[in-house]
Design a binder for this molecule. Structure first.
Ligand code: ATP
Length: 293
């Protein structure tokens, strides 16, 4: 039986009066890319810091690669890769020197040259860290996160501040690591990032998981229904939100005695689902069909 990479039950963390994590449950399987998605202050970073063993919890049970991060030792640490938010690499060293330096901390590191190539920094190998762009810095951070050949890689908002091209390149890098079998947990504000990368994701709001599953599954579980739009007899646009769009269209066909002008059927996006789950949904303007003539 394969063990789950991460098991969290009833996790709680309080900062003074603020409840940052409030009974959070998570199961992350080995080899999957798992996204933690949620608005500002939802408790994502606190959760990841607890998984890393860098923050103490106030309650609940946490198992990461079979050990409790609060008490796990050095051998466990070398199995977990962390991509730090702050700049940890010494600015005066070159890319190659930095990666080689960090490799010495691990019992069985990957080959530094191979890791530099993996993150796409081969052309910058002999450049000093201080001369790298923001996106290149982040790639170096990932190189340092994977140099120890971790089984699990934890990334907190890895692409914040990236331009769209850099973000896409970064996604390719994450996919490459995932294809090698690394379990990856990343937090993100970007829905398209979660949808592009994550095998499964948890939506976190108010320190709890409000939904968990595959992106498509969440969309169909929580985003049922559709919006039917058409042009009314007076030329004004009309729309209704409905759980039964086929029936709505049939009714409209009968009413228009054939072709429905300007017919459009919209299904909810993952963004709609996310906004609803995190309580940020803007009320829909759609009205019941009876009123929308
Ligand atoms: N060191 C701290 N001291 C006091 N309060 C904190 C601390 N760290 C986080 N908090 C609070 O705990 C709550 C959860 O914060 P956390 O950083 O875990 O959320 P997040 O989901 O990562 O948010 P963001 O997306 O903005 O990074 C917030 O209300 C935050 O203000």
């Amino acid at each position: 039986m394969t063990q789950n990479a991460v098991e969290v039950r009833g996790l709680r963390k309080q900062y003074g009066e603020v409840t940052a994590v409030d009974g959070l449950d998570l199961t992350i399987r080995q080899g999957e890319v798992f996204g933690l998605l949620g608005p500002n202050g939802a408790g994502k970073s606190t959760t990841v810091e607890i998984l890393q063993g860098h923050r103490e919890r106030d309650g609940g049970e946490v198992s990461v690669l079979g050990a409790d991060p609060a008490t796990a030792g050095r051998a466990w640490r070398s199995r977990v890769g962390i991509v730090w938010q702050d700049e940890s690499a010494p600015a005066e060293l070159t890319v190659r020197e930095t990666v080689e330096h960090f490799a010495r901390y691990y019992p069985a590191p990957r080959d530094p040259a191979e890791v530099i190539a993996l993150v796409g920094l081969e052309p910058k190998r002999d450049q000093r860290v201080k001369g790298l762009s923001g996106g290149q810095r982040r790639r170096l951070d990932v190189a340092l996160g994977v140099i120890g050949d971790p089984e699990l890689l934890l990334l907190d908002e890895p692409t914040t501040g990236f331009d769209p091209a850099a973000r896409r390149q970064f996604w390719d890098l994450i996919r490459l690591l995932a294809a090698e079998g690394t379990t990856i947990v990343l937090t993100t504000h970007y829905l398209e990032e979660a949808e592009a990368l994550a095998d499964r994701l948890a939506v976190i709001a108010g320190g709890r998981v409000v939904a968990e599953g595959e992106p498509a599954e969440l969309r169909s579980r929580f985003g049922t229904g559709a919006t039917v739009e058409w042009t009314g007899a007076d030329g004004a646009p009309q729309s209704v939100a409905t759980e039964t769009p086929t029936r709505t269209v049939a009714e409209l066909m009968a009413r228009f005695e054939g072709e429905i002008p300007g017919l459009k059927i919209g299904r909810p996006t993952l963004e709609d689902v996310y906004l609803r789950l995190t309580g940020q949904l803007v009320p829909t303007t759609a009205q019941p069909l009876e009123d929308a003539r």
